[in-house]
Design a protein around this ligand. Structure first.
Ligand code: C5P
Length: 273
């Protein structure tokens, strides 16, 4: 199996990034063996990095022939994030991310430092998180990121619509800020993808979590869309975890799920081009 994986990094045409939301390298190996040839790359996030160490996890996946999106969502003073970015680049990851909420100085300083040490083709893509897909209007309001709605005579529909507009406004604002700061793309909800694509153009990478195929449960994700719809609105890559890792035997487990998802995405991509 290792030989198979070493032959290449998943399917060139796959748009799926599978997150290793697990706590051991044994589980990483299990999912890598099932999915390496069917996914674009693997995401290593906070759980695995905290459990086994980011460099160890990245090296392990590289040794299996996989490429890595290091999802540590850096957000700190500019100097600290820039230095962490350089370390991520030295690990040889294909992408890493920062929070756009860290601001333009933090983002542009990170890019300047990376560009000093690496050529544009050898450095990782740097992606900004806009508004997490688990956030609701209430989550954003309680930390002051959207204004409270003062109008009391609106019906439920009017309230929902106006809340949606505020979230979209914030997501697009953060995406434009990231682009102006020199970043390569953003992580955003599929529900804000069309607006971000319009504001940032076709070459700006958009990665969307919060994707739920018809056969899967929503879990804690709130602002979700199916894989086909996420591609239709302009997403480049889709982060899909639990619908694959927890797929029922009825649909063939993780392999059955990724096959169904890849098929759905291919169909939607052919309609897009
Ligand atoms: O598909 P599932 O909900 O299981 O995917 C969850 C993964 O997506 C987690 O690794 C989480 O960190 C990541 N993620 C997210 N929302 C974001 C950014 C990343 O759910 N905005």
């Amino acid at each position: 199996m290792r030989d198979l994986i070493l032959n290449g990094v998943g399917r060139e045409d796959s748009r799926v990034i599978f997150p290793f939301d697990v706590h051991s390298l044994e589980e990483v190996e299990k999912f890598a063996q099932l999915l390496a040839l069917k996914t674009a790359c693997f995401k290593i996030g906070k759980q695995l990095s905290t459990a086994v160490g980011a460099p160890q996890a990245v090296k392990f996946v590289h040794n299996l022939g996989g490429e890595v999106f290091l999802d540590l969502k850096f957000n700190d003073i500019p100097e600290t994030v820039a230095k962490a970015g350089i370390e991520a680049a030295h690990l040889g990851v294909r992408m890493f991310n920062v929070h756009a909420l860290g601001g333009s100085v933090m983002m542009s300083e990170t890019m300047e430092r990376l560009d000093k040490e690496f050529s544009s083709s050898s450095r990782p893509k740097v992606i900004a998180v806009t508004v997490l897909t688990s956030y609701t209007y209430e989550t954003l309001a309680e930390v002051g990121l959207v204004p409270p709605l003062m109008i009391t005579d609106w019906d439920d529909e009017e309230v929902k619509c106006s809340q949606k507009i505020e979230i979209e406004r914030l997501a697009v604002k953060l995406a434009v800020l990231a682009q102006k700061s020199g970043l390569d793309g953003v992580v955003a909800s599929p529900q804000e993808t069309a607006l971000i694509r319009e504001a940032c153009g076709k070459d700006f990478l958009i990665i969307t979590p919060g994707v739920r195929p018809a056969f899967a449960a929503a879990n804690d994700q709130k602002r979700i869309m199916t894989p086909a719809d996420a591609v239709r609105v302009g997403a480049d890559y889709l982060v899909i975890g639990r619908p694959i890792s927890a797929a029922s035997e009825e649909i063939g487990g993780p392999v059955g799920a990724i096959d169904l998802i890849n098929e759905e995405i291919s169909q939607a991509m052919s309609e897009r081009s």
